[in-house]
Design a protein. Structure first.
Length: 264
């Protein structure tokens, strides 16, 4: 059985608030997406901001997920030290790893790249018109993707300088680094700035939360809630219901699970 460890990148207050409001956490969404595509996968969750991460967390693990996060700080900030420690241990273990949003930024920080707030402001709702690089067309992560695809997203920060040795495989006008891979020095990482694990209604939850950092986009919530089935709402967001259905949206995750299964 494939065992995946999800590294929850949110702080305890955000996790506890979601649970109190009966909303899913970042780890919950990832677990649901993984199990929707591989029902027999065994999933564990670690919360490094709440409990010190250790080698024991990695025992018996076949792959690791770095989730997104709604924290107010960047992955290179002092506040992110506990998360960086956990990420370093994952990379030292040489395990196949995938990360979205904050997870991509965490990897870039650990590997010597640079992150920061996008000069284009927040990208919320859908990351639109994502284009593959020549390397992206060839890489297993993007099998099934074509130029112009869109995926749910919600972020302020982005990767602003790739780590040495990383390969850019997708980008768009808002954030040139929408996806990267890194296979060097024992590290085996695939990452996306967007969120293939999140259905559009999950983005609606983020923008409706006035206590979070994405509340200024609450006007998108109504369309996000119905975009998977309402063509007009999907069009207003820049997409189609077909592009947002789970089997298409989770393309990168399916490819990664297949990769992890083959790497065992």
């Amino acid at each position: 059985m494939l065992t995946i460890l999800i590294l929850e990148s949110n702080s305890p207050d955000i996790i506890d608030r979601a649970r109190s409001d009966q909303r899913a956490t970042a780890a919950d969404y990832y677990e649901a997406a993984l199990k929707a595509n591989k029902p027999d996968v065994c999933v564990r969750v670690a919360e490094p901001y709440r409990n010190a991460f250790s080698q024991k967390d990695l025992e018996g693990v076949d792959g690791v997920v770095f989730t997104g996060a709604g924290v107010a700080w960047s992955t290179d900030a002092p506040e992110a030290a506990d998360l960086r420690t956990a990420g370093e241990m994952v990379f030292q273990a040489g395990l196949p790893t995938i990360g979205s949003c904050n997870g991509l930024q965490l990897a870039a920080t650990l590997l010597g790249g640079a992150v920061g707030a996008s000069p284009n402001g927040m990208e919320i709702g859908l990351a639109l018109d994502i284009k593959l690089t020549p390397e992206g067309y060839k890489h297993a992560m993007m099998a099934g993707r074509r130029d112009g695809f869109c995926v749910p997203c919600v972020h302020r920060d982005e990767v602003q300088r790739l780590p040495d040795g990383a390969t850019l495989i997708a980008g768009n006008e808002h954030s040139p680094v929408q996806a990267m891979i890194y296979h060097a020095n024992g590290v085996n990482f695939w990452g996306m700035q967007y969120h293939p694990e999140l259905p559009p209604p999950a983005i609606a939850d983020y923008v409706k939360d006035a206590r979070g950092i994405f509340g200024l986009a609450k006007n998108l919530a109504e369309d996000l809630l119905v975009a998977e089935t309402d063509p007009a709402a999907a069009t207003r967001l820049g997409s189609t219901p077909e592009d947002l259905r789970e089997s298409v949206r989770t393309t990168e995750l399916v490819n990664w699970l297949n990769y992890c299964s083959g790497a065992r």
